[in-house]
Design a protein around this ligand. Structure first.
Ligand code: HEC
Ligand code: HEC
Length: 282
């Protein structure tokens, strides 16, 4: 009798923890990803991948490694059109028909790819770099450093953006050869996600600061250029603008800086970055 009930309790406990794990996994999959999450490399088995998996990978890249979500959020927080909330088939038609369109895209897939590798081919009205009258895009080229997604990764994002609109997914699944290349290339480009950045450049890349700030000029990208920030702000103010970005908003800017950067940065990374910025005086 007691054996039976022990076994019963055990079975229930195991059942419960399995359920918990399942619920937890589902929640992490379904919850909108934390904004501003630092890029994290992950291993993906491309050989057995289905289009559904590829779409999920694309969504993950949009929210994490690709850093798209830093800017492309729903209003009023967004610093860019809400591409997750818009129907990209309708949008593409409108863009390609616009007299200001300078690209060579022909359909949704090629427009999305062009938007990522050459954002300046079309600058959505009202979203151009400040002071350029919508002739220059503040969006970084996604295939270049610091974000530097591969063709395969950009295809996954296109698959995601098409699938969420319920339109035909036109990109192809990566071939086993492409998969082999990615696997071969992975270790070099994949520092452990939790490892503290060794240099200030690594830290700036890890948290995508350079996607929003020029470090070498006063040019405005999404946020102010930081080449002279050390002359404008004290070390304490710089630290505060990273730890609590919404406490003081730089004049003329919208609050757009991720509020949880400091929670993700190691103390060493934060201090390295603060010191580096404090020394930038022109
Ligand atoms: C630093 C901010 C920033 C990041 C990061 C960013 N974008 Fe953008 N993106 C913009 C801005 C601003 C625009 C509007 C100006 C323009 O048309 O270039 C834009 C435009 C676009 C458009 C065209 C939208 C339209 O309405 O025609 C697409 C598609 C797009 N981005 C996709 C992406 C994807 C995918 C990623 C991630 C891989 C990404 N963006 C990362 C700022 C960003
Ligand atoms: C999604 C875009 C975005 C990212 C990513 C981002 N910032 Fe910002 N940052 C802004 C904007 C917009 C402002 C101006 C509004 C404000 O003060 O919050 C700003 C303000 C600042 C300021 C104050 C500048 C001034 O002149 O007052 C500093 C310093 C700064 N950011 C440093 C950083 C560092 C370091 C990182 C990376 C660890 C980073 N930012 C990542 C958008 C961003």
């Amino acid at each position: 009798m007691s054996d039976v009930s022990t076994a019963g309790i055990l079975a229930k406990t195991i059942g419960f923890s399995l359920l918990l794990t399942l619920v937890f996994t589902l929640t992490t999959l379904l919850l909108p990803q934390v904004e501003g999450e630092a890029p994290v490399e992950q291993e993906v088995d491309l050989s057995s991948m289905t289009m559904d998996d590829f779409v999920v990978l694309g969504e993950d890249l949009f929210n994490k490694k690709g850093t798209c979500i830093l800017c492309h959020k729903p209003p009023p927080l967004g610093r860019a059109p809400d591409v997750q909330g818009m129907n990209m088939e309708a949008v593409t038609k409108e863009r390609l028909a616009d007299a200001r369109y300078k690209g060579v895209a022909k359909d949704v897939e090629s427009y999305l790819r062009e938007s990522m590798v050459d954002p300046g081919k079309y600058v959505v009205a009202g979203w151009g770099k400040k002071g350029t009258n919508d002739t220059v895009s503040p969006m970084p080229a996604i295939d270049k450093a610091p974000i530097q997604l591969s063709t395969m990764e950009m295809d996954a994002i296109i698959a995601y953006l098409q699938a969420k609109d319920g339109i035909e997914v036109t990109v192809k699944l990566p071939t086993p050869e492409a998969a082999a290349e990615v696997t071969a290339a992975a270790p070099a480009s994949a520092p452990a996600a939790t490892a503290s950045a060794a240099t200030v450049d690594e830290a700036l890349a890890k948290y995508a600061c350079a996607a929003c700030h020029s470090m070498t000029s006063k040019d405005v990208l999404v946020g102010p250029g930081l080449s002279d920030v050390g002359a404008r702000l004290s070390m304490e103010e710089i630290r505060q603008s990273i730890i609590d970005p919404n406490a003081v908003i730089a004049e003329g800017f919208q609050p757009a800086m991720p509020a949880d950067l400091a929670a993700k940065m190691t103390v060493k990374e934060l201090e390295m970055v603060v010191k580096y910025l404090a020394e930038k005086k022109q």
